[in-house]
Write a protein that binds this ligand. Structure first.
Ligand SMILES: *Cc1c(COP(=O)(O)O)cnc(C)c1O
Length: 373
């Protein structure tokens, strides 16, 4: 076995941060000088910038993406007795938020081509108890929000977006975060827009909902009277340091996303036909948070990637309705999600990944002759 010259990391944040180190240091230094560490002017500024970026009126910075989802649900008055439709193929946080607010998750299957929420299955899962649908924009590609918004309108449901993997994506011209009643974003470091720790945001055009969520996220405190607490809330605020870092990194988000789009195009050109990438829907303009392929012999493929020091991941190998924590809510098998969970594989993806690196990954994959087709 020949040893490759350099490993290919699954995600390379170091290169980006080194390039922007001066700006990032200056931004963090300004927060240290000001002493405004929790909420305050740096958070206010980032909220304005991110709302504008998402093409919505309101942004509320919160502690993480999971809280963002849960605060939207609570802010909409969703709780015990309500059902919320969620895709089986998502990160567990989508489902956790539903369970934590006391509502019942109803799992639906995904499309075999995009692995995103299947519209017909959503339609058949609607019951008199359904209060909301959470559209998850997984891997950087938005779910069919045009179809979902029409369906939600017809049945009087709230359409909530889980946009934690889709900062800057579009579907049919609409920005992630602007297509539903409200959207949750995560700024976990590995996301397309990542902080230097945990962070999240709710974006919405609904001013009253934004005010409620801002209140809930700050101990239920009245915005105009700090000693009055009209709601029983919690502590889920965004830090000033994180907001300052995010303001710097937001300026590069479109360029970074363009790097990911170019990388995915190289993958499409070079991947062997027995390891195809997950499809992009015609109306979608994804930002490729992850480069997902499918393989019928994943254990062999990952072993070869390890031998060549090529990073990889699994998103996600156990569908949520099969997880021990949530299986009590599963009411039927979801065959598309279950099959995909055994076949999906995440390949290296970063804004600065090079054509040479992608060629090396694809050469290694192509050399691995499939045992079964
Ligand atoms: C990351 C992620 C979340 C949760 O975000 P945190 O900031 O880690 O709480 C929710 N949904 C999806 C799809 C995610 O990828």
């Amino acid at each position: 076995m020949s040893v490759d010259p350099q490993p290919v990391p699954f995600l390379d944040l170091g290169t980006l941060h080194r390039e922007r180190r001066t700006e990032l240091d200056a931004a963090m230094g300004a927060v240290v000088e000001s002493g405004q560490f929790v909420s305050g002017p740096f958070v206010d500024q980032f909220e304005r910038e991110f709302a504008e970026y998402c093409e919505v009126a309101q942004c509320v910075g919160v502690a993480n993406g999971t809280d963002a989802l849960e605060l939207i649900l609570v802010g909409l008055g969703i709780g015990p007795g309500d059902e919320v439709i969620v895709p089986a193929n998502t990160f567990v946080a989508t489902v956790e938020a539903v369970v934590t607010c006391g509502a019942t998750p109803r799992f639906v299957d995904v499309s075999p081509t995009t692995l995103l929420m299947d519209l017909e299955d959503v339609s058949s899962a609607i019951s008199p108890a359904t209060a909301a649908v959470i559209a998850v924009h997984l891997y950087g590609q938005m779910a069919d929000v045009s179809g979902l918004a029409a369906l939600a309108d017809r049945h009087g449901l709230a359409l909530i977006e889980d946009a934690a993997q889709a900062h800057g994506a579009r579907f049919d011209g609409r920005r992630a975060g602007s297509a539903g009643r409200a959207a949750a974003f995560s700024f976990y470091p590995g996301k397309n827009l990542g902080a230097f720790g945990d962070g999240g945001a709710v974006v919405t055009d609904d001013e009253a909902l934004a005010r409620t969520i801002r209140c809930l996220a700050n101990h239920g405190r009245d915005e105009d009277d700090r000693f009055r607490h009209p709601l029983s809330g919690r502590n889920s605020r965004l830090d000033g340091l994180q907001a300052a870092v995010l303001s710097v990194k937001l300026r590069y988000l479109d360029a970074d996303n363009a790097g990911r789009v170019a990388a995915m195009a190289w993958y499409r050109d070079l991947l062997p036909s027995h390891i195809p990438p997950v499809a992009t829907a015609p109306k979608a303009a994804p930002v490729h948070h992850l480069a997902i392929v499918r393989t019928l012999e994943r254990p062999g493929v990952t072993r070869v990637l390890d031998e060549h020091r090529i990073g990889w991941g699994l998103h996600y190998p156990v569908p949520c309705h099969v997880q021990p924590a949530f299986s009590t809510f599963a009411d039927r098998p979801l065959p598309v999600a279950e099959r995909a969970a055994d076949e999906i594989l995440s390949l290296p993806m970063s804004p600065r990944i090079t054509p040479d690196q992608i060629a090396r990954v694809c050469d290694v994959l192509a050399a691995r002759v499939p045992a079964v087709i």
